[in-house]
Write a protein that binds this ligand. Structure first.
Ligand SMILES: Nc1ncnc2c1ncn2[C@@H]1O[C@H](COP(=O)(O)OP(=O)(O)OP(=O)(O)O)[C@@H](O)[C@H]1O
Ligand SMILES: [Mg+2]
Length: 155
């Protein structure tokens, strides 16, 4: 089942990030962010990290594949961008598999490019840019934890 939200502006994306941040289910979750180049995946992640209290620079991991963070509350967060991910050997060699088994929040842009190696997502947000510039957000839960996150987003 797909639930849909509309982000009319970045402020709405920030609002969604603020809804998610206090959820206990976020402490050990995998969130996939799907959508075209420029859809708003990094922007949403940035708002979520800020909502979690991260204050330093937040860079797009498009060249590094992953950027690690730790929130003031001690939650570890890994922001992945698999856009340039081509070689599944990197999954083992760069220790990416280990990050996905560690306790913390994993957020991935371009999960389609690592579909063969990624675990099932707890939550999938699929962003589509409308003609007005608004973002349509399709939300799918892949687990009980994901359902709690979905509920936090839509209520
Ligand atoms: N929710 C939003 N509403 C309106 N504009 C937005 C929104 N989110 C992002 N934008 C605009 O779109 C631009 C691109 O967003 P962003 O870099 O987050 O896209 P992305 O999905 O991460 O792209 P890529 O696939 O290249 O990594 C931002 O600089 C911002 O101006
Ligand atoms: Mg991005």
């Amino acid at each position: 089942m797909i639930t849909t939200l509309i982000w009319r502006s970045e402020a709405d994306a920030k609002h969604s990030a603020n809804r998610l941040a206090p959820e206990p289910a976020l402490q050990n979750a995998f969130i996939e962010l799907r959508g075209d180049l420029g859809a708003g995946k990094t922007t949403f992640t940035r708002h979520l990290l800020r909502a979690l209290g991260v204050t330093g620079p937040i860079k797009s991991p498009s060249y590094t594949v992953v950027e690690p963070y730790e929130t003031p509350a001690g939650l570890r967060v890994w922001h992945f961008d698999f856009y340039r991910f081509r070689d599944p050997r990197e999954w083992e060699d760069a220790g990416l598999r280990d990050l996905f088994t560690a306790q913390g929040l994993k957020i991935a842009e371009w999960p389609e490019h690592a579909a063969g190696v990624l675990p099932r997502a707890d939550l999938v947000l699929e962003l589509t840019v409308k003609a007005t510039g608004a973002r349509e957000v399709g939300i799918m839960a892949g687990s009980a934890a994901g359902s709690r996150l979905l509920h936090a987003l839509v209520t």
